[in-house]
Design a binder for this molecule. Structure first.
Ligand SMILES: *Cc1c(COP(=O)(O)O)cnc(C)c1O
Length: 219
């Protein structure tokens, strides 16, 4: 697939599900992709990308920003607390706020800098033991703690279990966001972004459908 096919599918899904045109932000997930593929998407004018690893992003985006100007880069992978400082300097958004220690660190960085990337709390909607994210039952307390820290939370993010229909997870995340008055919804990947848009996604994270399969052996 190509970037233009994906953007056409997004526009169609927006129209079909009563979403206003342009209400869904496409995050092109460029982790592990060869630089020439990323450059091709930049050359087509796309300016919003997603990365999973701080170090990989550090090696790529300062140089691309020098050549292409402002590019939004979203952190969508697990974030270690000791990389939080580098992350707030590098990323425009962090989708994986998932524990009190990280929230505290981000809050203190935000205080001293006077700015903060846009933040999403990752919710483990499937309550999978191996997966990061706040458990649905703990979300209320976690968001209250973030508010006490003066940490601005823009929305919620989820990665549904691989073996399940994603739609109920998207619906659950949308309801939790609504209940907490949060407007951002980061959900939907290559295989299910249209369903995510139907359920109210504001940010979809699409990698392989734009760039092709990832080759982890080349890392
Ligand atoms: C890699 C990744 C994606 C992109 O997945 P594709 O299936 O390639 O679209 C989206 N979200 C997260 C959190 C990821 O780690």
């Amino acid at each position: 697939m190509s970037l233009s096919e994906i953007t056409a599918r997004i526009a169609k899904a927006e129209a079909e599900h009563g979403r206003s045109p342009g209400s869904v932000t496409l995050i092109a997930v460029s982790k592990v992709q060869p630089l020439d593929r990323v450059q091709a998407v930049l050359d087509q004018g796309h300016r919003v990308f997603g990365e999973n690893y701080v170090q990989e992003a550090q090696g790529k985006w300062p140089a691309f920003r020098d050549s292409y100007g402002a590019v939004q880069v979203h952190m969508i992978g697990p974030l270690q607390t000791n990389k939080a400082k580098v992350a707030v300097d590098l990323f425009d958004a962090i989708h994986t706020v998932d524990r009190p220690s990280l929230a505290q660190k981000l809050a203190s960085l935000a205080q001293s800098r006077g700015t903060c990337p846009q933040l999403f709390v990752q919710v483990n909607t499937g309550a999978e033991p191996q997966k990061a994210g706040v458990l649905p039952d703990d979300l209320d307390t976690f968001l209250t703690d973030c508010a006490k820290l003066d940490l601005p939370i823009h929305g919620l993010m989820c990665i549904p279990p691989e073996s399940e229909d994603a739609a109920p997870h998207f619906a659950m995340l949308a309801k939790m966001a609504k209940d907490h008055g949060l407007s951002g919804l980061s959900m939907g990947m290559s295989s299910d972004f249209e369903s995510a848009i139907a359920h109210g996604a504001t940010h979809i994270r699409v990698g392989s459908a734009i760039f092709g399969a990832r080759d982890y052996s080349s890392r």
